[in-house]
Design a protein around this ligand. Structure first.
Ligand code: SF4
Length: 470
């Protein structure tokens, strides 16, 4: 849910040679497109899919904005801060366009879906808008350079049965790991969240579609797949009328030959069943790792957030996870400074974080989003109270996560190498997810990115582990 600008070189699936221009009467060179992907890993998958479509259309993809005549910005619209970030980037691009260095600015993604008028008002130089349900229109949006003065808008609501395959991507992650969405949209009603109004109700891919997509990623060199959704635990309710995540996990574990690690992200606490826990414990490819955003632990706060779970139920679930999945690494996130949160309720959260001993725990400062129920609550906290609580939370989680890292010293485990840095490898063990968690630094090894090697942990460096090859 954080917003980070991703401008890596695309590394993904082979692109079949330049197609005919997809626009009638197109003459002249194909567009040279640079792509900026903002926001979360789910948005990154949309970016990768749009890049795949653009490359297949014959557009040239360039990682260098200075070489591009067209820039696509795939925005995040989750929080006010993500809007600010997107508008700043668009204003920079608008200045380049006014200076004659750029021909076309295309804006896609969540912010378009949330506030297309606001974008046009803030940055009139924008040429085209592509909503989250119109991702397939990106080729038309990029290739249409003969427009009049009005903006080209490709916008629509999600409708049942809409196709949204993520196959054919040009990936932005390193080749050896990939994100795979099992569902999009969300049926929960957390009072602080704008996602259901932006992305619509939950809609899931079928197990067969996911096996096909997983196989494509493996053929492209992927060794680790991270399963994504706004709420992965609800998987299956729209297509099977029931919670079928456990059987999906077992099918993927069985059918994705050649895959080393499968990782489940974004578990929703109130519907995590024992069957799901057993599937994670029993499937060899599934890493023993749970990413479970808890948001709070105090009962009154959980109720105001409409999380449909109590402290007691949360504690029972955490115990079931630890009992059912030996050695499981647990990552969570909380919101600090939710409307009406008292000092006592915040202290209760800190005590819980300290007592439970998470492997990783992040926090978001509450962000007031006017169109949400929480945004309309009267008891909004002052910004400085939220900031002060955030800083206290971070100090507490630091103690907890440093202690969790210490528990690995002396142990041996496999790591997947992500990159080679100056004097060590940057790698991850199964309890460390890419981009959000700490890493394992491996000295004295000449392994390459994408290799899995056995190491022994000899020390820690704050959140990170230090290891040597075994
Ligand atoms: S589970 Fe809650 S926080 Fe997550 S996307 Fe759905 S409504 Fe938003």
């Amino acid at each position: 849910m954080t917003s980070n600008r991703n401008k890596q070189d695309p590394v993904g699936l082979p692109v079949v040679g330049a197609a005919a221009a997809p626009v009638a009467n197109w003459s002249g060179p194909a567009p040279v497109v640079s792509f900026v992907s903002l926001g979360c890993s789910k948005n990154l998958v949309d970016s990768e899919r749009m890049l795949g479509d653009l490359a297949s259309s014959g557009a040239t993809i360039s990682a260098d904005e200075d070489l591009a005549d067209t820039v696509v910005v795939n925005t995040c619209g989750f929080l006010e801060a993500s809007r600010t970030e997107a508008i700043e980037i668009l204003r920079d691009l608008a200045a380049r366009k006014r200076a004659g260095k750029l021909k076309r600015i295309v804006v896609a993604g969540c912010l378009v879906q949330r506030d297309d008028h606001g974008i046009q008002e803030a940055v009139p130089e924008v040429d085209a808008l592509v909503g989250v349900n119109n991702r397939d229109d990106i080729v038309r949006a990029v290739w249409r350079m003969d427009r009049d003065e009005s903006v080209d808008a490709f916008l629509g609501d999600y409708h049942a049965g809409q196709q949204w395959s993520d196959q054919g991507r040009l990936r932005l992650t390193p080749r050896h790991y990939a994100y795979m969405r099992i569902s999009e949209g969300c049926n929960q009603k957390c009072t602080f969240c704008t996602i259901p109004s932006i992305r619509g109700p939950m809609h899931c891919k079928t197990p067969d579609e996911l096996v096909a997509e997983g196989r494509e990623l493996i053929a492209d060199g992927t060794r680790e797949i991270l399963l994504l959704g706004q709420d992965t635990t609800s998987y299956g309710t729209d297509i099977h009328g029931d919670l079928t995540l456990a059987s999906l996990l077992r099918q993927l574990d069985r059918d994705l030959d050649g895959l080393d690690w499968l990782r489940l992200m974004y578990v929703y606490p109130s519907i995590m069943t024992d069957e799901m826990i057993a599937a994670i414990a029993e499937c060899d490819r599934l890493v023993k790792y749970i990413d479970i955003p808890l948001q709070h632990i105090n009962d009154r706060m959980l109720k105001r957030m409409h999380r449909r779970v109590t402290r007691k139920q949360t504690e029972d679930l955490m115990q079931r996870l630890r009992d059912g999945i030996p050695d499981v690494a647990i990552r969570t996130t909380f919101i600090v400074g939710f409307p009406g949160e008292t000092e006592g309720e915040f202290e209760e959260l800190l005590d819980f974080v300290r007592d439970f001993g998470f492997d990783a725990a992040g926090a978001f400062r509450y962000s007031r989003e006017p169109e949400t129920p929480a945004g309309r609550m009267k008891e909004q906290l002052e910004a400085q109270v939220i900031e002060e609580r955030y800083e206290r939370f971070m100090l507490t989680q630091q103690e907890v996560c440093f202690a969790a890292a210490q528990r690995y010293v002396g142990r041996s485990f496999d790591v997947l190498v992500d990159e080679v840095s100056e004097n060590c490898l940057v790698a991850r063990h199964p309890g460390q997810a890419p981009e959000v968690d700490a890493v394992t630094l491996v000295a004295d090894s000449d392994a390459e990115p994408g290799e899995i090697i056995r190491v022994q942990c000899v020390d820690t460096q704050d959140y990170d582990l230090v290891a040597i090859p075994e």
